[in-house]
Design a protein around this ligand. Structure first.
Ligand SMILES: [Fe+2]
Length: 407
C-alpha cells in the first residue's frame, strides 16, 4: 500500500500553500518578459502577417552610420587589433575581425555553402523556416568546415586570434555548440530578436557569457541584404532591481561589414536575422561555442559521419564533445577514470561510436552538379523526416524548391 502522502490527490491538495521558494524565479519569464514589456516594438511579426514599415518595429532599421540614434556613437568597426577586439566585445557585446577570412577562403566557403544549400532545397531535405534556410551538420559537408571547427589558418586565416578571444572570454576547454549556415533568402521574415544563450533562462550570467558566437560573413552585408540586427550593449542587463532584468533598450542596427569579416558576439547580446530586400541569398555561417558542461545544439556524437570521425584530430574530438570524463558523458562507466584531457584514451567516445556505425547513413557533401544522380532514400535523415516531421508537407517542399537558385 503506497502511503497517502505520495498520491497525486494528496500532492495536489498541498500544492497551493506548499513551500515553493524557487517558483517566482523559475516562472519569471525573464529575460523576455521585461524585454518585451519595456520594448513592445521588439515583438516579432506572426508568420503570414505582412511586414509593417514606418511604424518603428525592430526590423525596420538601418546600418549604424545612417541610424538616427547610433550614428554619432563610436560602435565597433572591423579591426585586426586584438586589444581593440577584446574591448569591443566587452563594451558592446560584439567585435568585428577585419579580413578574418581571406578573399579566397571567403569565396571558396561561400560557393560550397551555396551549392550545398541549393542541392538540399532541390532534394526537399533542406531546413527552411520563415526567416532563414539553415544548413546543419556542416561538419560532414566539406573540408573547410572541419577547418573552421579547428580554427585552421588554411580555412580561416584569423583562426588563432579567434581561439585566443574564445579562450579569454569563456576560459579554455570550450566545446562547439553548432556550426551551420544561416541563409536569408529573398522575401524572408525577420527572425525574432533573441539571445543565443537563452537556453539557460531565466538564469542570466551577469559576469560573463557562457556562449560566444562567431559569424563568418561570406559577402558584404548591410541594411539591404539582411545585415544581422544587433542591439549594441544589450549583453548587459539594464533593468532596475525588482523590476525585471531589462529596461528600455535602444533600437537595433543592421550589421554593416565587408565579406570576410568575422563577427564575434556575446551569448547575451540581443540580435536576430534581418529582412533581405534583395533578389539574392545572403550567406553567413554561425559557430557558437560554449562552456564544456553545456549540452550542445548539434548532437555531434550522433551527427558526425564515420568518414569525418575516422580522420578527426584529438582537438576536433574534444571540441565536438566526444571526450567523456568523470562528470560528463559516461558510457556504462567508461570515462569515469578519464583525465578530462584532449586525446585521453580513457574517455574516447569515438571508440564507442565506431561500434554503433554501419546502420545510419549521414547526408554529406551535395552539389547541384550531381544532384540528379542522388538517391535520397539512402539517407537515414530522409526516412526520419518522412516519418516524424509533420511540417514537411507538399506545400512546404514546393516553397523550398521555388526559392531562387544562387547567382
Ligand atoms: Fe542567434
Amino acid at each position: 500500500m503506497i502511503p497517502n502522502e505520495f498520491t497525486p490527490e494528496a500532492l495536489s491538495a498541498v500544492q497551493t500553500d506548499a513551500f515553493r521558494p524557487y517558483q517566482s524565479f523559475l516562472q519569471s519569464g525573464e529575460p523576455y518578459l521585461s524585454i518585451f514589456i519595456n520594448n513592445p516594438w521588439l515583438l516579432p511579426p506572426k508568420d503570414g502577417d505582412a511586414l509593417d514599415w514606418g511604424k518603428g518595429w525592430y526590423y525596420d532599421t538601418t546600418v549604424a552610420r545612417k541610424h538616427e540614434y547610433w550614428r554619432d556613437i563610436d560602435l565597433p568597426t572591423p579591426t585586426k587589433d586584438l586589444q581593440q577586439l577584446g574591448r569591443d566585445l566587452h563594451e558592446w557585446g560584439f567585435c568585428l575581425i577585419e579580413d578574418g577570412l581571406s578573399a579566397e577562403q571567403c569565396s571558396r566557403i561561400r560557393e560550397r555553402v551555396a551549392d550545398q544549400a541549393a542541392a538540399e532545397r532541390a532534394l526537399g531535405i533542406g531546413y527552411l523556416v520563415s526567416s532563414q534556410q539553415h544548413v546543419w551538420s556542416l561538419v560532414n559537408k566539406g573540408a573547410d568546415f572541419v577547418g573552421l571547427l579547428q580554427h585552421d589558418p588554411d580555412s580561416v586565416q584569423a583562426g588563432p586570434m579567434i581561439e585566443r578571444i574564445l579562450d579569454e572570454t569563456l576560459g579554455t576547454g570550450w566545446n562547439h555548440f553548432s556550426l551551420l549556415a544561416n541563409i536569408s533568402y529573398p522575401g524572408c521574415y525577420p527572425q525574432p530578436m533573441h539571445q543565443d544563450q537563452t537556453w539557460v533562462a531565466p538564469i542570466h550570467t551577469h559576469e560573463a557569457p557562457i556562449l560566444v558566437n562567431s559569424m563568418y560573413i561570406l559577402q558584404d552585408v548591410d541594411e539591404r541584404n539582411g545585415g544581422t540586427l544587433l542591439v549594441p550593449g544589450s549583453h548587459r542587463a539594464n533593468g532596475e532591481p525588482g523590476k525585471g532584468l531589462y529596461g528600455a533598450l535602444p533600437r537595433p542596427i543592421n550589421l554593416e561589414a565587408p565579406a570576410g569579416t568575422v563577427l564575434m558576439f556575446d551569448g547575451r547580446l540581443l540580435h536576430g536575422g534581418a529582412v533581405n530586400h534583395t533578389d539574392d541569398h545572403r550567406y553567413v555561417l554561425t559557430n557558437s561555442v560554449v562552456k564544456p558542461w553545456a549540452r550542445q545544439q548539434e548532437s555531434f556524437l550522433l551527427g558526425v559521419s564515420p568518414e569525418v570521425l575516422a580522420e578527426a584530430t584529438d582537438k576536433l574530438l574534444w571540441r565536438l564533445g566526444l571526450q567523456s570524463m568523470i562528470t560528463a558523458n559516461l558510457v556504462e562507466g567508461y570515462g569515469y577514470r578519464g583525465t578530462a584531457q584532449s586525446g585521453d584514451a580513457n574517455g574516447s567516445l569515438a571508440a564507442v561510436r565506431r561500434r554503433f556505425d554501419g546502420a545510419y547513413r549521414h547526408v554529406g557533401e551535395l552539389s547541384m552538379a550531381t544532384v540528379h544522380e542522388v538517391d535520397v532514400e539512402q539517407f537515414s535523415l530522409v526516412q526520419i523526416q518522412r516519418e516524424q516531421e509533420t511540417f514537411r508537407t507538399e506545400e512546404h517542399l514546393r516553397h523550398m524548391r521555388e526559392l531562387p537558385a544562387p547567382t
